[in-house]
Design a protein around this ligand. Sequence first.
Ligand SMILES: [Zn+2]
Length: 393
Amino acid sequence: MNEMPTEILEIDQQKRMALAKQFSECERWLHFGGKGVVRPQNLVPGYSLLSTQHNGDALVVYRDGMLRYLAQTGGYDEVFAEMDRFVSTCQSAHPDPMRLAWQAHRHRADLYHDQQSNLFEVGVTPSLSHELCHLYQLKYEILETLEFLAHLCAINKTGTHDEGLGSLRDTRGRLVKGRAVEFVASGLGLYASLRTAFLNAYNPKLRNTIGHNEYRVSEDSVKSLDGTIEVPAKEFMRSLISLQIVQNAVLYQVSSHAIAPSVELSKYGIAAIGFDREHITDPPLLLVWQLAPLLNRGHRDQWLDRAQFVVRGTRLITRLGTAPEATGDVTEVLEWLSLVAKSGSVHCEFVPVMPCIHLQHDSVMTNWGEFCETGTSTECVVAAEVSESTDMG
Ligand SMILES: [Zn+2]
């Protein structure tokens, strides 16, 4: 699942924040039905590509991948990785109760998905403010995160699904957050990073000030009105960011689980194709830059059995198996195409890409945004044919 390269790339924090902002704005836009016009500079690289490919699941896979990419590049790789491990431990030890837990959360997946629209605002306004306190409170009120984690902990502990989580509720049936936080924290003993992020996120001092709306904000702290509790700005920001990360990690699990298994999802999201004309090889080399979360779905052999190159006037149409076709200019690749025709096959190198947010990194500018390599390429050789079409349509 690790999508990062072994070589450590230095992150350009400004670029990363710009991407997070685009992501947040696009999510809000999608939340309101994708109506109206989004300026191209506000669009996450790759979104318009997937919109033209008309596969809703592919877009969701990429959006989930973006959650993960922003977490990884923000230094929270381990929280996501531990959440993966926790879920798969429960899944393999207790598949039946897990099926019930997924069901319990699936019907809320859409509702929860809406929360994506406010998940990445931190850092845009880096200093302590009432606005940020309000944001913390909004996120804090999302019960899905706590309930999902409590369900996992219950399954892990007892081997059964505790749908109602009765022991964590008050007499009126409301989830008692303090009790739920304690229960979850006690169940995360094997997952140190996740547990730390979780405890930072559900900071009891903030629960008792912001949660009860009795606080005062100054430049360097949040203080309860009665003066008994004070949270320094640094601690507040750590709590807010941790809450965001933990919620995103849960959202990632719930949302990716809701995607129906499909062997063909990995045919979407090819952002650019490169014809290697510098190195003459047999078969000739074709570079395929594909959005990493889709490429990493696997099962390429299910949709890629051959490559077709159709020359139509000055245009070249490239068809890789049943993937959506790509068009480009033919003039510079005629010689390369003649090599393919002679060889009868082509050597494809699939390069996983994501929007480039690194310092001094080679990137590729495509019609759909700027991307760079973010993982290890995979290769395959497939039969290929070159043909000419007189159909000018
Ligand atoms: Zn890069």
